[in-house]
Design a binder for this molecule. Structure first.
Ligand code: SF4
Length: 232
């Protein structure tokens, strides 16, 4: 499987915010979100082929402290790669807590302790692209309701929705209303952007919105801590 990067950092988003983790970023994605902040794993993929054994070795070298060691399998879209199954099983056998970060558009029977699903709303449309094939493929791939159902049936989960405007909140509400099997208390709304001022501007209205509508507000702490830097 092609890997863009393997690094040690703090989880900046979601339920495990602040937890020290090993991150494995698979290279390649079936979507082309307009706001993607890991272009080197999606639009312009850069990575090297790595067998599972080498990935495991690189993870161990990061010396994540125990007793409960955390690893995050992310991308790109990690669920595109069949080798994720054997990687996740080996990590489970070695006692790691495994988070999988996915858009929820592909299913694989991975070993996972927290499925972190970020469904792509209409605000993900790659409006900057002039290529109608890219736009069409993104629209076709971004919704896979059957995959979501299987993922949440298999594993503990959280949902993270990227929000830029109040219209996006309405779309989240429609999404949740159409899927009553999703536990609303596990749905988080996260401001869109990689610029702290931009994030702060959205947070000013989004945080009270979440409190009022019984949703969780999800800051992007990694931007605050490290800026929009690769490998953090
Ligand atoms: S799903 Fe994630 S990695 Fe893929 S294009 Fe969208 S934001 Fe980027």
């Amino acid at each position: 499987m092609r890997i863009s990067e393997i690094f040690r950092s703090l989880q900046g988003e979601g339920r495990l915010t602040g937890t020290e983790c090993a991150f494995v970023r698979a290279c390649g994605c079936n979507l082309r979100c307009g706001y993607c902040d890991t272009l080197y794993a999606s639009w312009s993929p850069e990575g090297v082929e790595m067998p599972v054994a080498e990935i495991l070795e690189r993870i161990e070298q990061l010396a994540i402290p125990g007793p409960q060691r955390h690893v995050v399998l992310t991308g790109g879209e990690p669920m595109l790669f069949d080798e994720m199954v054997s990687l996740s099983l080996a990590l489970r056998n070695a006692g790691w807590h495994i988070t999988v970060e996915t858009s929820g558009t592909r299913y694989l029977p991975v070993a996972c302790d927290l499925m972190s699903i970020s469904p792509k709303l209409s605000n993900s449309t790659p409006v900057q692209s002039n290529d109608p094939r890219i736009l069409a493929r993104h629209e076709e791939n971004r919704r896979e309701p059957n995959v979501i159902e299987r993922l949440i049936a298999d594993c503990d989960y959280q949902f993270k929705f990227v929000v830029e405007t109040p219209a996006d909140c309405r779309e989240v509400e429609e999404y949740l209303a159409a899927r009553p099997q999703i536990d609303r208390r596990r749905a988080m709304l996260m401001p869109q952007g990689v610029d702290p001022a931009e994030l702060e501007k959205i947070a000013r209205w989004l945080e009270p919105y979440c409190a009022e509508h019984r949703l969780m507000f999800c800051p992007r702490k990694q931007i605050e801590w490290f800026g929009a830097r690769r490998g953090t």
